[in-house]
Design a protein. Structure first.
Lengths: 614, 348
């Protein structure tokens, strides 16, 4: 018996030893892993200081290659790292100087001639010339791999010429009014032309750029480090750098802000924002967003060649029914209840922050909430109330499926209001809660009646308008172009072509307004609101963010780079804490104490046991 | 709980006793081969399932990207081609199989890197987290479990067992968030996420301490949530031993209660426990997904979580196969260890 006991003990001991060995190995392996992935961070080691802005993020990074990266976080980072030919301004998103100080159009918008600023320099000191612009654009025009991310922006380019160092001439296939110089990060030819396979270049450390910051280092799922670029043509920013720090979920981000581990958090929920009110040293920012939230109606999914598919309720093809749904929804109340008022009640799909394009609230086509009107219009159209309170026509019940993303609490709350409101006017709504992926594939297959949708809109409305064209509808198998809601109206298409080439800004605005009004009266969708972007920052460390739009706009996710350009450290800012504080010493203390206690117990027991032999 | 493990052991014993001493060596080899063969078949099934399970799931990564940025139909087709999604399902499956045979899990859509490289990178942080948690949870659970059984129904037993059960029932993410809010957000004792503060040179003692500091809250969460299962197993299996005759013999020899417990009861009770410990290690690694997600720990769990929202199919396949392989190997190890530890088997 004794022998067995001893052997078993030995077994347990060796098992534990093996476990410990694993832990030790891995603990020593971690540094080497981190070393591999972030050589620059390891070598330069800037301590979190008073003038480095730390931003919490959870964004995906595919790479920092501006030709191929398609995710939001790297794409936003490019705004700070690479200057575009033309920028969107902070006030309202109108085109303003980027690399080009001025530009002119000839031949009715077919030829665009840009003049660069004098003395532009890359962050490594090399001169930045029109050859760099030509090189960048031509990469995207000639190599489909290099067009992965931004091909749509050059699809109308016929040729790009650089007659001298300061001039870029873009000749288009067809004339266009939207400035072609926006949104495309211009890369340094002297770096990129030496890379063998530029479409596979990760571009994630010691990046040479032309923006206010340069990308210094990137450690996947840990941090992204940007450093101020003294060669930026508008002058160096007032902070020495930005550090994006990864937090997987927004609750952790919020706690990190409270703890002072990050300085800026964005994308908060209204509950989270309200919870921060009264918190010392933290300032909240309720920014006008550039995203709309809408109720998408399946009024018959049709391919561009006219083939119908999907299972949409035919009742939705009737304008009266679509209008009745809109009449039945009290959007201001809904927004108050669901978003706690953090938003702007929508008209059409161009957000109010782009005031020149936005469909005005007092436009004659705008419908206000009117449940009685919904009822009487439906009644007049032959939809009579059945015994169960649901309207029917020709034996068909007015019953609609509403798809809800089960992970989206906003959609859940909206549907809790929509179901009774529509019931009130005699429309039955069956809410079907499902996961986001099923939802998106059902939407694509046209297997729905109503679903929530939303898009972030750019300052120039051209793209958003273009995905409402008849030709933008995808094929039944989901291939082909992207559509906003499957909308198709030849009159809308004709207006699109007009505004697309209308160089007179006022006339173009008017055409866009007409298009939005048309889409609105067709009930192409029911746009509910433009939600605010809720943000919070450590006002004990930083001040002076520039908002876009400058009147009540947002700091992060701008269609521009203004947010951090003017931000500066507060004069007597507390240096950030980054090292182990009290916590570690408490934990170590507890561990040591526990070790001592265990050791004492073992020793005393050994002594006792020594007297007792079997 | 223990029933699902005992049968192979018991079967092995019966088999041994029937065949006798002569055939011991051969049958052990047979047993070994059968177990390894079984594990290999499971692994092959996992590899096949890994492909189809994530293909059946709805969700189109390319559409998802096209929903958030301006893209022409050509760009969408280009991305589809790049991801290999334009090929027929069978061709994709064949590629997957031939690639996996050479250890190539394909390339992640999101990270644009080979999946095997990503898994290798994120493997060690997960091992550090789960390894530390496993050792602490096993030690704590077994130790408290044997004390609880020895003094069963005493106030100590009730408090220890009750507490562990409450913690076991608590949703992991809730406990994790609670700890995060109290010790991270409010008291500022511990960091609110990540593995190491930025800007600390790797390989230095400071770096090691910093990782340790970041490790505290995730480890506490994991230990709190899982130690109950070790405690309960240990308690149950010691209770079974408590009425055994050999303990009476031991007491009759004049040994103290403490020695009877430590030298006689506990070693025998450990037998079923050890196998269970290894089986649960697999589950522990699965539990890392939640903890890593809450504490932004850059490990395999977080990688999986993010791959799901892609959906980054190659990466999901890779982590699925790796997680399953760890569990299969741990179970195999448990089977073999049980045989090795049981003296009846060894002496047969």
């Amino acid at each position: 018996m004794f022998i067995h006991t001893k052997q078993k003990r030995l077994g347990l001991a060796s098992a534990l030893a093996a476990g410990l060995a694993i832990a030790l190995c891995s603990a020593t392996a971690i540094p080497s892993y981190a070393e591999e992935s972030s050589p620059a961070a390891a070598s330069s080691a800037p301590a979190a200081s008073a003038d480095i802005l730390r931003i919490a993020t959870s964004g995906f990074v595919d790479s920092f290659n501006p030709f191929t990266s398609v995710y939001l976080l790297p794409t936003n980072t490019f705004r700070y790292v690479y200057e575009n030919l033309v920028q969107y301004d902070a006030e309202s998103g109108a085109p303003t100087a980027g690399l080009a100080e001025k530009w002119e159009t000839t031949e009715g918008g077919l030829v665009w001639t840009f003049t660069l600023h004098d003395g532009l320099k890359w962050s490594d000191g090399e001169p930045l010339t029109s050859a760099d612009v030509k090189y960048t654009y031509e990469q995207m025009m000639n190599d489909p791999l290099m067009a992965t991310a931004n091909g749509s922006l050059v699809s109308n380019f016929a040729s790009v010429e650089a007659p001298d160092d300061k001039t870029v001439v873009i000749t288009l296939n067809t004339a266009q009014a939207p400035n072609p110089g926006v949104e495309i990060p211009v890369v340094p030819e002297h770096i990129w032309s030496k890379i063998d396979n530029p479409s596979e270049f990760a571009n994630d450390s010691a990046v040479v750029g032309s923006g206010q910051f340069t990308l210094e280092a990137y450690s996947a799922n840990q941090s992204i480090t940007l450093k101020a670029n003294p060669n930026f043509w508008r002058g160096a920013p007032k902070i020495s750098g930005i550090e994006y720090i990864y937090y997987t979920n927004s609750d952790a981000q919020l706690q990190a802000l409270k703890a002072g581990e990050v300085d800026l958090v964005t994308g908060l929920t209204s509950t989270q924002l309200d919870g921060l009110k009264g918190e010392e040293n933290i300032t909240t920012n309720v920014g006008k967003g550039r995203r709309f939230t809408s109720l998408q109606l399946n009024y018959g999914s049709v391919t561009p060649s006219g083939e119908e598919y999907g299972t949409g309720n035919p009742a939705l093809k009737e304008q009266t029914v679509r209008e009745a749904i809109r009449y039945a929804i009290d959007i201001p109340t809904l927004m108050e209840q669901v978003l706690q008022g953090y938003g702007t009640v929508a008209t059409s799909f161009i957000p109010a922050s782009f005031s020149e394009w936005h469909l005005a609230d007092d436009n004659p086509v705008i419908q206000k909430f009117d449940a009685e009107k919904a009822k009487s219009n439906l009644e007049a159209d032959g939809w009579t109330v059945g015994s169960d309170g649901i309207r029917e026509k020709d034996g068909e019940k007015l019953s609609l499926r509403l798809l809800i993303d089960a992970d989206d609490s906003t959609q859940q709350s909206i549907s809790e209001f929509l179901v009774p409101w529509l019931k009130e006017v005699g429309i039955e709504v069956k809410a079907e809660s499902t996961d986001a992926d099923t939802l998106s594939s059902r939407t694509l297959e046209g297997d729905y009646d109503m679903v929530f949708s939303g898009w972030s809109v750019n300052p120039d409305p051209d793209y958003q308008l273009s995905i409402n064209l008849c030709s933008s509808r995808p094929e039944a198998d989901g291939s082909g172009p992207t559509t906003q809601d499957g909308y198709c109206n030849p009159e809308f298409d004709a207006l699109y072509e007009q505004q697309h080439t209308e160089l007179d800004q006022t006339k173009r605005e008017d055409l866009v307004q007409q298009m939005l009004a048309l889409h609105y009266s067709d009930v192409g969708n029911i746009t509910l609101w433009y939600a605010n972007q809720l943000e919070a920052y450590r006002s004990d460390r930083f001040t002076g963010f520039t908002l876009q739009p400058s009147d009540g706009g947002m700091i992060a996710n701008q269609a521009g780079y203004w947010g951090y350009l003017t931000v500066e450290p507060v004069a007597d800012a507390a240096a950030a804490t980054s090292g182990p504080a009290t916590g570690l010493w408490i934990a170590l203390g507890v561990v040591v104490l526990a070790g001592i206690v265990v050791a004492v117990i073992v020793v005393t027991r050994r002594k006792k046991g020594a007297d007792t032999r079997e | 709980m223990s029933t699902d493990v005992i049968p192979p052991g018991k079967a092995a014993i019966a088999e041994q006793q029937d065949e006798g001493r002569e055939s011991h060596r051969q049958s052990f080899l047979g047993y070994l081969l059968a177990k390894i063969g079984g594990a290999a078949i499971s692994l092959v099934m996992v590899v096949i399932l890994g492909f189809f399970a994530f293909r059946i799931l709805p969700g189109d990564p390319v559409r998802k990207i096209a929903q958030s940025r301006p893209m022409t139909a050509e760009q969408i087709a280009q991305l589809r081609h790049q991801y290999g999604l334009d090929q027929p399902m069978l061709a994709q499956f064949w590629n997957y199989l031939t690639n996996i045979a050479t250890g190539n899990f394909g390339e992640s859509y999101v990270y644009g890197k080979p999946v095997s490289e990503l898994i290798a990178q994120y493997f060690w942080p997960t091992i550090a987290l789960t390894g530390t948690s496993a050792i602490l949870a096993i030690t704590l659970g077994l130790w408290m479990g044997q004390l609880a059984a020895w003094r069963s129904n005493s106030p100590y037993d009730q408090v220890a067992t009750g507490t562990s059960l409450v913690l076991w029932s608590v949703p992991t993410f809730w406990l994790a968030l609670l700890l995060l809010m109290i010790f991270g957000g409010t008291l500022h004792w511990f960091p609110t996420g990540g593995m190491v503060s930025t800007g600390i040179p790797t390989g230095t003692p400071e770096y090691f301490l910093n990782v340790l500091w970041h490790l505290v809250l995730p480890v506490i969460t994991m230990v709190a949530v899982v130690y109950a299962q070790y405690l309960l197993v240990m308690r149950a299996s010691l209770l079974e031993e408590m009425s055994a005759d050999y303990l009476t013999t031991a007491r009759a020899k004049g040994l103290t209660e403490d020695l009877v417990r430590r030298r006689h009861a506990v070693p025998n009770a450990l037998l079923p426990t050890v196998t269970l410990v290894f089986m649960h290690i697999g589950g522990l690694i699965g539990g890392a997904v939640t903890v890593e997600t809450v504490f932004s720990w850059p490990g395999l769990g977080k990688l999986t979580y993010e791959a799901i929202s892609g959906p980054d199919t190659p990466l999901l396949q890779g982590t699925f196969v790796v997680f399953s392989a760890i569990i299969i190997v741990m179970n195999l190890f448990a089977d073999l260890l049980y045989r090795q530890l049981d003296p009846r088997v060894r002496r047969a």
